[in-house]
Write a protein that binds this ligand. Structure first.
Ligand code: NAD
Ligand code: UDP
Length: 333
């Protein structure tokens, strides 16, 4: 039986592909390389010493997807494909709604046709909007997303809930990621945003490697321990392992809709991140304090205990691992 991974050449999908292959699973990757490179597929093979099928296909292409399901024996789907840049989504809302939502609906329709009903979805802590309290549990209020990207995640979650209500033989895991960082310990694959990074860790890495002059810290007047924003950073390999546990859960239960936070449960400020990075790598990260970034929230970190209890999954890597591995990827590539 095969596990279909849409967006498997991307940052989180490629790390999950490795974990699946290491767990002796057969995988099939579908990607259109809109935000990734073909070479990643070779790196996955190099790291795992295993082969897999690949299709260069847009997951909104129903015909092409249908053919993939006909040609293979697909048991479950992990859907990583989608656009993910918060800022860009405010400039290109139609493209975001189309790619993320139409893509997900097309995929689900084809799955239904082929009676494949195990689905793991990459959601995000962004569905919680500005949380009323932390740590955030899966029962915390969702909604009031602050950008079209976040809204696509919220809407797809709703679509999945409605789908499950209409037919409870579906088996769905919605995984709400907190802030993924780091890369595979080999340093062969990692996060490579196009252009100037929006996210903190890729920006820090570019400053340390001197391709950017200094980090702009967006505000030091938040109600946090040092005034800078607090987030729950999670190593991408821990996150990838969470997907294996979610898949095992779906295989065991064989019907249900489950929602899990995948985070560490620890909140680190921007200044904590700068200090940790400097300590882990010995590199300097010059910074200046600038105005708050519009739409940013002060604090966001998870209560990951549900995933620990029900999936037997817990993030294990430290902040130092996250910084070291992010740096390793940049210095090797
Ligand atoms: P990524 O951009 O690195 O990977 C997404 C992959 O999907 C890319 O390889 C891209 O080429 C592919 N893709 C995009 N549209 C496609 C289409 N129409 N057809 C086929 N392939 C397509 O992103 P990532 O960081 O690996 O994120 C994976 C998923 O997790 C996304 O859905 C993202 O929204 C979600 N997520 C990411 C984060 C994060 O901070 N990285 C946080 C929460 C949730
Ligand atoms: N941040 C920053 N400078 C940057 C990028 C991010 O100060 O160049 C801060 C941001 O304000 C937030 C934290 O770092 O407090 C994490 O931001 P990121 O965009 O990585 O994640 P998100 O805000 O989406 O959780």
């Amino acid at each position: 039986m095969d596990i279909l991974i849409t967006g498997g050449a991307g940052y989180i999908g490629s790390h999950t592909a490795i974990e699946l292959l290491n767990n002796k699973r057969n995988i099939i990757i579908v990607d259109n390389f809109s935000n990734s490179k073909k070479e990643v597929l070779e790196k996955i093979k190099e790291i795992t010493k295993k082969d897999f099928k690949f299709y260069e296909v847009d997951y909104k292409n129903e015909k092409a997807l249908d053919k993939i399901f006909e040609e293979n024996n697909i048991e479950a789907v992990m859907n990583f494909a989608g656009y993910k840049a918060v800022g860009e989504s405010t400039q290109k809302p139609l493209e975001y709604y189309e790619n993320n939502i139409t893509g997900a609906i097309t995929l689900l329709k084809v799955m239904k046709k082929h009676n494949v009903k195990k689905f793991i979805f990459s959601s995000s802590a962004t569905v919680y909007g500005n949380p009323e309290k932390v740590p955030i549990t899966e029962e915390s209020k969702t909604g009031e997303t602050t950008n079209p990207y976040g809204t696509t995640k919220l809407y797809i979650e709703q679509i999945l809930k409605d789908l499950y209500k209409s037919d409870n033989t579906w088996d769905i895991a919605i995984l709400r990621y907190f802030n993924p960082v780091g890369s595979h310990e080999s340093g062969l694959i990692g996060e490579e945003p196009n252009g100037i990074p929006n996210n903190l860790m890729p920006y820090i890495v570019r400053v340390a490697s001197k391709s950017l002059k200094e980090l702009s810290i967006f505000g030091n007047d938040y109600d946090t321990k040092d005034g800078t924003g607090v987030r729950d950073y999670i190593h991408v390999v821990d996150l990838a392992k969470g997907h294996i546990k979610a898949l095992e859960k779906l295989e065991k239960e064989n019907q249900g809709l489950y929602i899990y936070n995948l985070g560490t449960g620890k909140g680190y400020s921007v200044l904590d991140m700068v200090k940790a990075f400097e300590k882990a790598t010995g590199q300097k990260v010059p910074y200046k304090i600038v105005d708050r970034r519009p739409g940013d929230i002060a604090i966001c970190y998870s209560d990951p205990s549900k995933a620990q209890k029900e999936l037997n999954w817990k993030a294990e890597k430290t902040l130092i691992d996250m910084c070291k591995d992010s740096w390793k990827y940049i210095t090797r590539s």
